[in-house]
Design a protein around this ligand. Structure first.
Ligand code: ZN
Length: 120
């Protein structure tokens, strides 16, 4: 990554000002309020306008940037899509798969301890 990444500071803004920044910086999708949600394609999280990080370059480039609030994710507006039904279904499926996997591993462990108990 660029060293410029280090030279930014998080900007605290009032709700109105933040919404204005989102509207100005996000040229891809319209923002109407801070409670609007976006689905981040990079980290797979649903984020709200309120959570989005606003940073400002501290050196020659003092322009405002908005980035994903998720830790270790610095996705930009172009990577945020509206959480449409299709996207939400995909998230639900992923969650289900994850839960299903947990269930199976848990059951596997339970079976193992069962067997152990029988053996002894
Ligand atoms: Zn993200």
């Amino acid at each position: 990554m660029f060293s410029i990444m280090m030279a930014v500071s998080t900007v605290r803004l009032s709700d109105d000002a933040k919404l204005a920044v989102l509207q100005r910086v996000d040229r891809f999708r319209q923002w109407h309020c801070l409670d609007e949600k976006r689905y981040c394609l990079v980290c797979g999280e649903i984020i709200t306008g309120r959570e989005i990080k606003v940073t400002m370059g501290t050196r020659e480039n003092r322009s405002l940037r908005i980035t994903c609030p998720t830790k270790y994710c610095d996705a930009m507006p172009i990577e945020w899509v509206w959480p449409t039904d299709a996207v939400l279904v995909k998230i639900a499926m992923m969650e289900m798969e994850r839960n299903w996997f947990c269930l199976i591993t848990r059951r596997g462990r339970a079976l193992q301890s069962c067997r152990k108990r029988k053996d002894t």
